[in-house]
Design a protein around this ligand. Structure first.
Ligand SMILES: *[C@@H]1O[C@H](CO)[C@@H](O)[C@H](O)[C@H]1NC(C)=O
Length: 226
């Protein structure tokens, strides 16, 4: 009896609070979140293309390309929002069956900007995220497909692959990309972390990933960027 009663109470509270939570979420999602964005995907592609022009291609130098691009991003958005490219902060990322390396240039509640990729090549599921994803190829190539597509979409250096919120692709990547995500960034983190528990058991790498993510996010909060 007591048990049935508390289930009833729980259901009643749920029925009352769920619409309230959903309304709050709707307002945050539609009206507040987009106002927090500072990065412009078109501008990011433009700056990427300028760095590729100088340091991309066969005789290019990927290290110099990354450094040049970071400099351009800092000039455009300010060092307050774009961190120096710290080569100590590269970490592996295993997610959706794919493996690559990443380094964080910006992370906040509403956006992240990272360099992600691998010179070896990898393949997997992008994950389904509550964020828009803009993937600007810097070196090499990405191919991706939706389930019904029998011909892949192909993206080469300078191209930008915009994956809409809620979409998931199968992808192959050999090379590096500048990745901008805009949306509910904390909701994306489990996808980036969970393979450690089910597959890699690379705890040192997990610790570094969590540490750098927290460091960048808290740093942004301190300058008023959420
Ligand atoms: C690229 O540039 C860096 C920094 O100047 C240098 O250390 C590295 O050897 C260069 N790599 C290639 C492949 O030329």
């Amino acid at each position: 009896m007591a048990c049935g009663c508390s289930i009833f109470n729980f259901c009643r509270s749920f029925a009352i609070y769920l619409p309230i939570f959903l309304s709050i979420f709707y307002v945050l999602d539609k009206n507040i979140l987009p106002k927090l964005y500072i990065f412009d995907p078109v501008k990011l592609q433009e700056l990427s293309q300028q760095s590729i022009e100088l340091y991309g291609g066969e005789n290019g130098n990927t290290t110099l390309l990354f450094e040049d691009l970071t400099g351009r991003l800092q000039k455009e958005y300010g060092k307050k929002y774009v961190a120096d490219l710290n080569h100590e902060e590269w970490v592996f990322n295993n997610a959706g069956g794919a493996m690559g390396s990443m380094v964080i240039l910006h992370a906040s509640i509403s956006e992240y900007l990272i360099i992600f990729g691998t010179p070896l090549g990898t393949e997997g599921h992008t994950g389904i995220h509550m964020a828009e994803d803009f993937f600007t190829i810097l070196t090499g190539e990405q191919r991706s497909v939706l389930p019904h597509q029998v011909e892949p979409m192909v993206f080469k250096a300078g191209d930008q692959n915009h994956m809409k919120r809620g979409d998931g692709n199968q992808y192959v990547l050999k090379g590096y990309a500048l990745e901008l995500a805009q949306g509910w960034i904390p909701s994306m983190l489990p996808f980036g972390f969970l393979d450690t528990f089910t597959s890699t058991l690379d705890w040192g790498n997990l610790w570094k990933t969590v540490y750098y993510t927290a460091k960048h996010m808290i740093g942004q909060m301190l300058v008023g960027k959420f």
